[in-house]
Write a protein that binds this ligand. Structure first.
Ligand SMILES: Nc1ncnc2c1ncn2[C@@H]1O[C@H](COP(=O)(O)OP(=O)(O)OP(=O)(O)O)[C@@H](O)[C@H]1O
Ligand SMILES: [Mg+2]
Length: 259
């Protein structure tokens, strides 16, 4: 299987302060990778480098076999940013917002037709928003808006889906549905996914690879191999915050092993 992302000895700085140091990471095709780590640890910077929005200061990044930012078929990559600001009064419906996710393929001058609208409706149904298709986006709750944003990132059936804290604002029940949806997208549509996540306890049950990032990669590999010492190393003094979550993760993994 070909890797979809190959990162070699990546270093990135802002104003002479290193945000990423010596990062080496490979994401295989048809896999889900989750990046975890403390605030300010460089997770968004890593995603922005993968997207070609931030250039490496040292090392190399290869995405879908090409240089990021210069993809021949840019629609093969879907992106959900950490903060997506849509002006609340901007007169767009949930369906319009999802259709925006098709513009890379469509070109900005073509209006979405029947085929695109059907794809957008399907994507909204996948995230449980079929009841809100024609509602004003600005009038939806934060969690509902986030679901629409997720539908927008995945509507074009990209080969690689890049998401920065996609489960933010989504309630706990919907979170499990969301991760199950990602596993389905991987299995049925062959989509590869890399995402930042703070819910370590949940995420480890669904992903193939976890990358623990705090400027450096402290660990990358199967979620089964994560232990307290890896997390202590990554999170440092913030470790106690995630201790409970991690113990849940350990319980889940033990439970899975016993099945
Ligand atoms: N545009 C920028 N200009 C200057 N410094 C930046 C910029 N973006 C990020 N940084 C710095 O780089 C470091 C990593 O930031 P980054 O946003 O990648 O962290 P993160 O892991 O995504 O954090 P969070 O969990 O809070 O989203 C931080 O110290 C941050 O202050
Ligand atoms: Mg971030």
């Amino acid at each position: 299987m070909k890797p979809v992302i190959v990162i070699k000895d990546l270093w990135v700085h802002y104003n002479h302060v290193w945000a990423l140091r010596e990062v080496n990471l490979v994401c295989e095709e048809n896999s889900i990778t989750s990046i975890v780590g403390p605030n300010g640890g460089g997770k968004t910077t890593l995603l922005r480098t993968i997207l070609g929005l931030k250039k490496p200061d040292r090392g190399s990044v290869e995405v879908l076999g090409e240089k990021p930012g210069a993809l021949e078929r840019p629609w093969e990559m879907g992106y959900l940013p950490q903060l997506m600001h849509v002006e609340r009064n901007y007169p767009v419906s949930a369906l319009d917002v999802v259709c925006f996710g098709l513009y890379k393929k469509l070109g900005i001058f073509r209006r979405p037709g029947k085929k695109e609208k059907t794809a957008a409706l399907n994507a909204l149904a996948l995230v449980g928003m079929e009841q809100h298709v024609n509602e004003h986006f600005g009038a939806l709750s934060g969690g509902q808006q986030q679901r629409v944003n997720i539908a927008r990132a995945m509507v074009g059936k990209p080969r690689l889906l890049v998401m920065d804290e996609p489960s933010t604002g989504i309630d706990i029940v919907a979170q499990e549905d969301f991760y199950e949806l990602l596993v389905r997208l991987k299995k049925e549509d062959g989509i590869s996914i890399i995402m930042v996540s703070h819910d370590i306890g949940v995420v480890t049950s669904y992903v193939d690879q976890v990358a623990c990032l705090n400027h450096r990669l402290h660990f990358h590999g199967s979620p089964m191999e994560i232990n307290d010492s890896v997390l202590k190393d990554t999170f440092g003094s913030a470790f106690h915050v995630i201790l409970h979550d991690q113990s849940c993760a350990t319980c889940r993994l033990k439970h899975q092993n016993e099945l």
